[in-house]
Write a protein that binds this ligand. Structure first.
Ligand SMILES: Cc1ncc(COP(=O)(O)O)c(C=O)c1O
Ligand SMILES: [Zn+2]
Length: 404
């Protein structure tokens, strides 16, 4: 048995193929590349029982990951995050089967570690020595940390208003960090130039094909955690949309293996903030690609992506799964953040809070039915965003007592 059954890279636009043995970025037509596996072979030899004695991390699905030599795996134990039934929040929203997949439990505190673990491992395998990436903070932090373990030099550019803790993670990991007075798109332009100037590997979202493979493991886990039965709805806070595209890809692969039923896909929901909702606008206008969003702004930094390279893939996933795209205001998502914390004790990130707020809205509109099993991806730990909650409390002198 091989560690990986990866086959090749293919272009979803022009169907060109590429080797997984070499450093690859975009297709020559400009589209992101996707990873294909030897599914016919896998169908024969890969069974659900194989997973039983494996570790509870994302590498338990190594046959369906692109790293060919186990020695190249760079890991901090990421994956297999809890799936939690949020009974009180669910009751409050009239969604009794409301679940949270809590990605805040992962090393570096966000699901970005999944993409980084697989992306950096594969970069190491194909001989990358130095890479660069733009980020809204969390991905840069995760990639810097995994690069440190892999002995890959990293250059990271992030907006000045990205969560401050992510700067510190990059700095601690020894990355070359730059802040830009602008948005992630501006950081992307600076990285693009540096990539040319210094011949670096470009690890920007979807410009390398393997980050999505790491993120798709959320889809494997959701299916496995429900006993290989998929939920009815999955809500995902969408910036570049890699997680959404990845979850769909994972579920398609599981269908091909015959591990989940072919006749049921969850309806996938792309959640954005009202201050940056290019995918929602395109979806509402019935378009298959999105226009860049002007003056993007939201407290949910991770989904502040004005122009996603994979827009056409995100919109296709929504269409194929009969899902939808929806935006919520910062005010509403911050209120929802407090609701989930005060009802079920989960201190979620603002991006995750946006997805909870969207679930509430979609239930009110009856798009979510009362008996639907609904999974919200909380993509990160609330602790990475200490400023999302305003706290005004009394300060006592040492001799004072509490008066109620
Ligand atoms: C906490 C958090 N949630 C969601 C996202 C959006 O991820 P994606 O690019 O997969 O849409 C990000 C991206 O930075 C993030 O940091
Ligand atoms: Zn192409």
């Amino acid at each position: 048995m091989s560690f990986s059954y990866v086959s090749h890279l293919y272009c979803p636009k022009c169907e060109n193929t590429y080797s997984v043995e070499e450093k690859n970025q975009l297709c020559q037509c400009g589209s992101p590349l996707l990873v294909a596996y030897k599914m016919d072979e896998l169908k024969e030899i890969f069974k659900q029982e194989n997973l039983l004695e494996r570790k509870a991390d994302l590498w338990r699905y190594h046959e369906l990951l692109p790293v060919q030599d186990a020695d190249n795996v760079v890991t901090l134990g990421e994956g297999f995050t809890p799936m939690i039934h949020l009974k009180k929040t669910g009751k409050d929203m009239d969604i009794p089967n409301l679940y949270m997949k809590d990605e805040g439990m992962i090393p570096s505190g966000t699901f970005k570690s999944r993409g980084a673990a697989v992306g950096v491992s594969k970069a190491k395998e194909v001989g990358v020595k130095e890479l660069a990436m733009p980020t809204n903070g969390n991905a840069g932090a995760a990639w810097s940390l995994y690069c440190a373990q892999a002995d890959i030099i990293s250059t990271v550019v992030m907006p000045v208003n990205a969560p401050e803790i992510t700067r510190k993670e990059c700095a601690a990991a020894g990355a070359s960090l730059y802040l830009v007075n602008g948005l992630i798109g501006d950081a992307g332009k600076i990285v693009g130039q540096a990539v040319k100037d210094y011949n670096l590997f470009d690890a920007s979202t979807l410009k390398e094909p393997y980050r999505i493979e790491g993120k798709k493991t959320m889809g494997f886990e959701i299916a496995e955690q429900f006993g290989w039965e998929v939920p009815d709805v999955i809500l995902y806070p969408t910036g570049g949309g890699v997680g959404l595209i990845g979850i769909y890809k994972a579920l398609q692969e599981l269908q091909e293996l015959g591990w989940i039923a072919k006749d049921k896909m969850p309806r996938l929901v792309a959640v954005q903030a009202e201050g940056c909702a290019p995918i929602v606008k395109a979806w509402e206008d019935g378009k298959s690609s999105a226009e860049p969003w002007e003056d993007a702004e939201t407290v949910a930094c991770g989904i502040n992506v004005a122009n996603a390279l994979g827009d056409f893939l995100i919109l296709d996933v929504i269409k194929q799964t009969e899902g939808c795209a929806i935006s919520v205001s910062d005010k509403i998502l911050l209120e929802e953040l407090s609701t989930v914390a005060s009802e079920d004790g989960a201190f979620v990130c603002p991006e995750g809070a946006a997805a909870f707020a969207a679930a509430r809205k979609l239930r009110e509109d009856s798009w979510i039915k009362q008996d639907d099993r609904v999974v919200v991806l909380n993509t990160g730990a609330g602790m990475k965003y200490p400023d999302t909650v305003d706290v005004n409390v009394p300060i006592l002198e040492v001799e004072e007592r509490i008066v109620r």
